[in-house]
Design a protein around this ligand. Structure first.
Ligand code: NAP
Length: 247
């Protein structure tokens, strides 16, 4: 475990479950005070906060739809008031529905872009002025962007936008001593990946990486811990694929 950074504050968006919850647990273990953001999963977010506090950590749950700029502003206000100024922003919140492009509805297109792209834009815009000197931003792309599988056109387009944000924003923060990177996971056993797939499809994905298993949320949490921690100080503007060797 790293040296506790009791005074350092991390926001993890979409941390009520899945990868975000594992990231919140890991950053709390690393010594960060953690803001557990969620959209609707208040019961799960509250339970996670109770677990982190019981383990000796500092954590709060903060409701905000990342797609809503006002709610994101209020989230930063709340975190600053209750935990202090933010050092680490993890833009984990995201949604995926695999639908062929020709069958994609306008509503699903809007929802996917609103959460994955506008949500990341909203938090980055706040972070530009609110993150402490020496801060870290970790965005979420996906290895699906490299795989070009049918059904992923709209989702991949949102993650391509997140990668573009990552490269450019890292340069726009020149002089702020803040790094901006993204992690691009391969298949991870969360509801985002598992829901709607047959056991056969899941097993096919599990066989894809040479390491021959699905990723677990903790596999990604450890990568985020690295990017958010002192050892990644010279890593900036990069996309780190963590996928067991799929692509
Ligand atoms: P998940 O298990 O479905 O969890 C999604 C989380 O995002 C939940 O905590 C959910 O909160 C939150 N969320 C959804 N919409 C939100 C909004 N508008 N505002 C705030 N929070 C919102 O997903 P996951 O698998 O952990 O995915 C996390 C990230 O990893 C996503 O960006 C995803 O694209 C990326 N990723 C995942 C995989 C994979 O295989 N799982 C692979 C590559 C990349 P509520 O409970 O409140 O709804």
């Amino acid at each position: 475990m790293n040296t506790p950074r009791h005074t350092q504050v991390a926001i993890v968006t979409g941390a009520s479950r899945g990868i975000g919850a594992a990231v919140a647990q890991r950053l709390a273990r690393d010594g960060f005070a953690v803001a557990v953001n969620y959209a609707s999963g208040s019961t799960q977010a509250d339970a996670l906060v109770a677990e982190l506090v019981a383990a000796g950590g500092k954590a709060i749950a903060v409701q905000a739809d990342v797609a809503n700029a006002d709610e994101v502003r209020r989230m930063f206000d709340t975190v600053e008031a209750q935990l202090g100024r933010v050092d680490v922003l993890v833009n984990n919140a995201g949604v995926l529905k695999t639908v062929p492009l020709a069958e994609h509805s306008d509503a699903l297109y809007d929802q996917t872009f609103d959460i994955n792209v506008r949500g990341t834009f909203n938090t980055l815009r706040e972070a530009a002025t609110r993150l402490n000197e020496g801060g870290r931003i970790v965005n979420f792309s996906s290895t699906t962007l490299a795989l070009n599988m049918p059904g992923y056109a709209i989702y991949n387009a949102t993650k391509a936008a997140v990668e573009a944000f990552t490269h450019v924003f890292a340069k726009e923060l020149r002089g702020r001593n803040v790094t901006v990177n993204a992690v691009a996971p391969g298949p991870i056993a969360t509801s985002l990946f598992l829901d709607g797939k047959t056991e056969e499809q899941i097993q096919a994905f599990a066989k894809m990486p040479p390491l021959q298993r699905l990723g677990q949320p903790e596999d990604i949490a450890s990568v985020v811990s690295f990017l958010a921690g002192p050892d990644a100080g010279w890593v900036n503007g990069q996309i780190l694929r963590a996928n067991g060797g799929v692509a």
